[in-house]
Design a protein around this ligand. Structure first.
Ligand SMILES: Nc1ncnc2c1ncn2[C@@H]1O[C@H](COP(=O)(O)OP(=O)(O)OP(=O)(O)O)[C@@H](O)[C@H]1O
Ligand SMILES: [Mg+2]
Length: 324
């Protein structure tokens, strides 16, 4: 973590966040259920840090990001920026929120209007936030240069760019209002392998130049390893393991983390012979049950009811166990 050790509150803090969705047939009460997409997570993000969230499809990663963005109302819990809540009555105005966090999506088309030139797409948020007309062209040209494009690219439409260039525009769009945090939701998974490294390096350069902090969601553990200071492993709406990636890599403890690491292609074992590959498959726990400490090394056993805390098993390395 690049954060200096002070007692100042973290840049971003997520406290006991729950996001539940009603699902099932609304007409028949007995068919109504609650889907606990996010089920009590606690996370913090330091200044200048990249925290990655990894976990299988549907475990609640994007829902967590959307809650931070104010695009998904939490069922309960709190989200704080610089120690101040940004939830409910404390929610900042549109302008302030835009400068706290912006999102970069897997598919940049999600944030770009295909019928607008890049210049218009980038100028629109500036206009909305009252930037004087005389400054807009310079701000747009400046952000295009920052993401490795040319000011004249502003005259083109999104379809006239390659995938990598489009993601650069998506990043420019996220940065145009000067946010402090980027929520990167699978930022390179739609890109050609050869382009991924370029975008990752761009993000790392921007992080440094603009003093940004990142929350990154990714399935690609290579990307996670390259970019992250810490990693949160998410499983069924909860954080099951948290820590520096090298610590987790060296000693994956939760059965799900072991399964995740076991899926990394084999050639890596040659490069990382110290990696713990006892892993194997983590079976789904029965409803209401979670992994517990006695189960370390026995990923087939789930014997203690759900609600539990994270326990520290190494410096800054936490694992969810039910009996803590
Ligand atoms: N608006 C919604 N209404 C009902 N269910 C939802 C809604 N949004 C998300 N969900 C459900 O919540 C769960 C978590 O979804 P989420 O999109 O956060 O997963 P994810 O971890 O980002 O998955 P992926 O890796 O596939 O993007 C899923 O089961 C999803 O179907
Ligand atoms: Mg998602």
């Amino acid at each position: 973590m690049k954060d200096n050790a002070t007692t100042a509150p973290p840049l971003l803090e997520i406290r006991d966040l729950h996001v539940h969705f009603p699902v099932g047939n609304k007409l028949f009460a007995r068919n109504r259920r609650l889907l606990r997409a996010v089920s009590g997570i606690n996370l913090s993000l330091g200044h200048g840090e990249c925290l990655s969230i990894v976990g299988e499809s549907g475990c609640g990663k994007s829902t967590t990001a959307l809650a931070v963005m104010g695009l998904q109302e939490p069922t309960s819990g709190d989200i704080l920026v610089d120690g101040q809540s940004i939830i409910g009555d404390n929610a900042p105005g549109r302008m302030d929120r835009a400068r706290i966090a912006q999102m970069v999506f897997q598919d940049p088309y999600a944030s770009l209007n295909p019928r607008q030139t890049v210049h218009r797409s980038l100028a629109a948020p500036l206009r909305l936030h009252g930037t004087p007309n005389s400054e807009i062209d310079d701000r747009v040209a400046d952000i295009l240069k920052k993401v490795g494009l040319l000011p004249e690219h502003g005259a083109r439409f999104p379809h006239e760019f390659s995938g990598g260039q489009r993601q650069r525009i998506g990043i420019a769009r996220a940065l145009i209002l000067g946010p402090r945090i980027l929520m990167l939701d699978e930022p390179v998974s739609a890109l050609d392998v050869s382009v991924r490294a370029q975008i990752i390096n761009l993000l790392l350069d921007l992080q440094e130049d603009l003093s940004l902090s990142f929350v990154m969601i990714s399935h690609d553990l290579g990307v996670v390893e390259h970019m992250s200071d810490r990693v949160a492993v998410m499983y069924f709406g909860q954080i099951v393991e948290l820590g520096r990636w090298d610590a987790i890599f060296a000693r994956p403890t939760h059965p799900y983390t072991r399964k995740l690491i076991a899926t990394i292609p084999d050639p890596d074992t040659v490069l990382h012979p110290d990696r713990d590959r006892r892993a194997g498959k983590a079976p789904e726990p029965p409803a209401g049950y979670r992994f517990c400490p006695e189960d370390i090394g026995r990923p087939d056993v789930y014997s203690v009811p759900a609600e539990s805390a994270l326990i520290e098993i190494g410096p800054g390395h936490f694992v969810r166990c039910a009996t803590a």
